[in-house]
Design a protein around this ligand. Structure first.
Ligand SMILES: [Zn+2]
Length: 345
């Protein structure tokens, strides 16, 4: 089969690789119907050191179960499934708490002998715990929306959940990428009254307004902070959802959070050192939270509104490519020519 590998920064290749096969009795093999390129794939695209071995890419996919191991109890050949961006057993103490990204036996796609989703097929470990079966039949028009449950929708939802967004809240979302826009949608669903979206790409912020943003702030840095302060009577936003991961976004979050408020980060941090002292978090009693979203915990809950079209998170996809065009897809997302690229293997 063909699959996507990254050999170093900017070096994405489609290669022939052996078809995945069942190795453990708890495995399933899934034929990929749709995958996509993630904003977080751009981090290695910028910084991955060159290596002779390529890294399998892609952690978001939906597909059809092709084969199951002898211990798989809940799935069978032909089932339509959503794969979360982490695999997990569904039974350990963290999974039972809904923190599947910390599963004692789980892991992430594209490492330790597990392939990536930007491929024709994937071997799924711990299939019973990992995959979510969608009741059939599934209309092809819903594929993009269902695919967002693999990562971006659940991740945006997680940002809002971790921040404790509730009815009447003032929420600020930093970042107009797919996750930021999903954070807007999620904040709206959780009852936020005012949603300030910080982003400067009009096409994206327009979609953000469609998803529920009440204000858009295009300014960044000190200017952006001043603007959000102005919009909130000088107080700041009680809940700040940070969906970027770079230091300026963290500084922005610290600058606009209301005393007593929460900063919830779901952008993968590209830094290890950040201000947490008196002038940043301690003085104003600000809570810092967030992390990799246990999207597996949210799929069943978010699924019905996706299936009946009440929400349309699939709108974040603005380009579709075949597997062979995935390298161009990375380029387009990196150049901000595409918001999120759908892959049809
Ligand atoms: Zn677990």
């Amino acid at each position: 089969m063909r699959a996507t590998f990254m050999y170093g920064a900017g070096d994405v290749r489609i290669e022939e690789t052996p078809d995945p096969a069942i190795r453990q009795p708890t495995d399933a093999v899934v034929r990929v119907l749709r995958a996509c390129i993630c904003g977080s794939d751009l981090h290695p695209y910028h910084s991955l050191p060159s290596a002779p071995e390529g890294r399998p890419m892609g952690h978001e996919f939906i597909g059809v179960v092709e084969e199951v191991g002898s211990d798989v109890a809940t799935l069978r050949r032909g089932d339509f499934v959503i794969a979360p961006f982490a695999w997990s057993d569904g039974t350990c103490e963290f999974c039972r708490e809904g923190l599947q990204t910390s599963c004692l036996h789980g892991g992430f796609w594209g490492g330790n002998g597990i392939g990536g989703g930007q491929a024709e097929a994937v071997r799924v470990p711990l299939a019973d715990g990992t995959l979510v079966k969608v009741p059939e039949p599934v209309d092809e028009a819903l594929y993009p929306a269902l695919l967002t449950l693999s990562d971006v929708y659940g991740t945006g939802h997680h940002a809002a959940i971790r921040a404790g967004v509730t009815s009447g809240d003032t929420v600020a979302v930093i970042g107009d990428g797919a996750v930021g826009l999903m954070a807007v949608l999620s904040a709206k669903q959780l009852g936020a009254e005012r949603i300030i979206l910080m982003g400067r790409h009009t096409v994206r912020t327009d979609l953000g307004v469609e998803f529920g943003a009440t204000d858009v702030v295009a300014e960044r840095g000190e200017e952006g902070i001043a603007k959000v302060r102005e919009l909130t009577g000088g107080r700041g936003a009680a809940k700040v959802l940070e969906a970027v991961g770079h230091m300026p976004a963290y500084e922005q979050a610290v600058g606009i959070v209301r005393p007593g408020g929460v900063i919830s980060r779901v952008g993968v941090p590209q830094y290890d050192d950040a201000a947490v002292g008196f002038a940043s978090l301690f003085g104003p009693n600000v809570t810092l939270t967030g992390g990799p979203a246990p999207v597996r915990a949210y799929i069943e809950e978010l699924l019905p509104a996706v299936l009946d079209g009440t929400v349309q998170p699939g709108k974040v996809f603005d380009r579709t490519v075949g597997l062979d065009e995935v390298p161009e897809g990375y380029k387009a997302m990196d150049a901000r020519e595409a918001l999120k690229v759908l892959v049809r293997p």
